[in-house]
Structures are given as structure tokens and as C-alpha cells.
Design a binder for this molecule. Structure first.
Ligand SMILES: C[S@@+](CC[C@H](N)C(=O)[O-])C[C@H]1O[C@@H](n2cnc3c(N)ncnc32)[C@H](O)[C@@H]1O
Length: 206
């Protein structure tokens, strides 16, 4: 793969299984998981310049477009990561490190034989819970009715989250690239938000 000038602004984490070293001075951190070309992420970063925004995707070409977009929009509070979503959440973010995760219009893998490729499945929910801060929020959107129902069911059944949509009202006007595309085609895109239920403190005990 030929190096492009934008690559200096992308951290390639593929195949690295180590904790990210985060800047302690970040007060609020948000992650766009599977950000694509990143209109949503860039608008989020521009709205909240005091926050650290992470944008992650496997496709380098999409991330390069995001680098160019950030330059055009003068966005300077974003870290761009090339990485597989499950590896990032399961191995690289420390416990209690993120305020919000946005998981927008993920690839739906509609065929039965491809369901295993879906990122949001029941055994992933505990890792999402682990990396969110105490009142952290998981923002999930999909145009695919089946994936939307399945994902929400996995979050509900985990017992680790409570559905509270008010935690995404501040960004209801920001649309992702795929959302814009689906809306133009007359499809509906559903959004919801799940707040982490903190685990009870361990009692010292008898
Ligand atoms: C349908 S696009 C949605 C992009 C963006 N969230 C939006 O709403 O416009 C799905 C994105 O997820 C990325 N993706 C798919 N599977 C992934 C995985 N396992 N890890 C990281 N990114 C992934 C794809 O490369 C693609 O950019």
C-alpha cells in the first residue's frame, strides 16, 4: 500500500493489542466506531472543540478522506485510528475511558450466513460496558430493522444498560454520511441511546 500524505494523521493500530495511552487531560472523550468518511465525527468534533474525539474504521481510504475533511473544517481535536472495531474495544481502550460511543449505520450483513460479521452481538456488550465511564452512553443507529432490533435486544438482555434517548438530543441534527444516503432513498434511520448501569461497588465482606 503506497503511503499518502494523510497517513501521518492516522494511527495504524491493526494487529496491535495494547492499551492506548490516553491523555489524562481529556475531560470528555467520544468515539465514532466505524466512522466511514466521517461527516458525523467531524461535525461532532467541531461542535465540541474542548472534547477529544476518536474516529475508528478499518478502511484506510475512508480515513484519508476524513483527514482531508478535518483540514478543511479546521478540526484539531480528533484522533483517527485504523483498527478493527472489536479489537479496539476489547483490547485497546482502558476501563472507564469513554463518555460516548457512536455506532452509526454499521454494515448490516443481512444474509443469514454472514450474520457472524455483525459487530454488535451479545458478547460484545460487556466490552462496551467496560470501556464506558460510569454514566457513559452507547449511541446506536441503523436503517436495518433486523440489526436494529437484534442490537437493542443484546443491549437490553445484557442487563448492563438502560435505554435513555435524551443523552443524544444534543446531536440529533448531525447526520452521518450513510444516514443522509438512506434518508434520500426514503428509508428510516432509527437512533437510540443506552446509558451504562455502573456495576455495584464490591462489598468488603464476611
Ligand atoms: C455502512 S458504513 C457507515 C459509516 C458511518 N458510520 C456512517 O454512518 O456514515 C460502515 C463502516 O464501518 C466500517 N467497518 C465495518 N466493519 C468494521 C469493523 N469490524 N471494524 C471497524 N470498522 C468497520 C466500514 O469500513 C464502514 O466505513
Amino acid at each position: 500500500m503506497k503511503k499518502q500524505p494523510q497517513d501521518d494523521f492516522i494511527e495504524i493500530l491493526t494487529d496491535k493489542y495494547q492499551l492506548l495511552s490516553l491523555d489524562e487531560s481529556d475531560l470528555i472523550r467520544e468515539l465514532d466506531l466505524g466512522c466511514g468518511v466521517g461527516s458525523f465525527t467531524a461535525a461532532l468534533a467541531q461542535r465540541y472543540p474542548e472534547r477529544k474525539i476518536f474516529a475508528a474504521d478499518v478502511m484506510i481510504g475512508r480515513l484519508r478522506k476524513l483527514v482531508k475533511r478535518n483540514k478543511r473544517m479546521d478540526v484539531n481535536n480528533m484522533t483517527i485510528l485504523r483498527v478493527e472495531a472489536r479489537n479496539l474495544i476489547s483490547y485497546m481502550f482502558p476501563d472507564n475511558s469513554l463518555d460516548r460511543i457512536h455506532f452509526l449505520c454499521p454494515d448490516p450483513w443481512p444474509k443469514d450466513r454472514h450474520r457472524g460479521h455483525r459487530v454488535l452481538v451479545s458478547d460484545f456488550t460487556s466490552q462496551i460496558h467496560r470501556v464506558l465511564k460510569e454514566d457513559g452512553v452507547f449511541h446506536f443507529a441503523s436503517d436495518d430493522e433486523d440489526y436494529y432490533a437484534m442490537g437493542n435486544n443484546a443491549l437490553r438482555m445484557s442487563g448492563l444498560f438502560i435505554e435513555e434517548v435524551q443523552h443524544i438530543s444534543d446531536i440529533a441534527d448531525i447526520k452521518s454520511d450513510f444516514e443522509v444516503r438512506w434518508l434520500a432513498e426514503g428509508k428510516k434511520v432509527h437512533h437510540t441511546a443506552w446509558r451504562k448501569i455502573p456495576r455495584p461497588a464490591k462489598s468488603i465482606g464476611h
